[in-house]
Ligand binder design. Sequence first.
Ligand code: SAM
Length: 300
Amino acid sequence: MFSYRHGFHAGNHADVLKHTVLIAALQHMAQKDTAISVIDTHAGAGLYRLDGDFASTSGEAKDGIARLIDVPEAQLAPALRAYVQTVRSVNQGKGVKTYPGSPFITHSLLRPQDKLRLFELHPTDWRALDGNMAQLDTGKQVEILMEDGFNGVKRFLPPPSRRGFLLCDPSYEMKTDYGRVISMIEDALVRFATGTYAVWYPIIPRQDAHDLPKRLKTIATKAGKGWLHATLTVKGSKLRSEVNDWGNTTEAKRPGLPASGMFLINPPFTLRAALKEALPQMQQLLAQDKNATHTLEYGE
Ligand code: SAM
């Protein structure tokens, strides 16, 4: 069974990028009345406590959402403002003690006619997800499936309304995940060519990770589909040795995740402008060293 638990990473810089894009895309799609079917292939626990000791923000959120939560709203680009408002909606007062994962975020944007399907394979996270979603009045609008998300999506594509958004956010703990993302997207585009597909991936020194956006670009281009690719780097990824308290140089360590990307096929047309404004601000607010940067590229 997997050892990855999103709880430790919840609210980190990668979640800031992913969830800002998720909200901006869904807000745009919700402007039309026709029902939207949303599929989250790797849902996680849905809601995370960041204050394990009820005192302060812990884990990676310190260098993520915690840097944004108290920035005055008027200073934030609209897409970042919408993201911060969503996180604030599950918190009271200042700071951030609770972090909404993609299921909570998506649920907050659903209209009565929309449908949300959540896949989570880890039994512990599935139970947490089920319990967390039970706090919301989801009725039949939300389906929570303890199944493999890569395979499970097939039977829901195309959705009856022919309007759909799919978030694919694996932990990439299984190295086969990179290849499975590609196969799933290829298959999904055959079943439902006009769906919007959003894939999150880590930017790490690993060939599969490096190739993933290139392969997605090739798939989109061959299928004649528009695409958008946004990345956010918060620090350098070089091996780093440290000098300890006794003046000795300790073994080189690879620092935590330095960067990540979101690749969308059939992105909402407003997303490009929204991210053009939001990404420089994310970079500025989340930078951990001078290597912080961002990229935004797209194809019609
Ligand atoms: N999408 C969530 C969010 O933004 O809040 C975070 C998801 S986390 C990165 C990935 C999740 O996928 C983990 O909870 C893991 O247990 C689950 N998982 C791993 N392999 C899976 C699979 N094949 N199908 C469904 N869930 C899977």
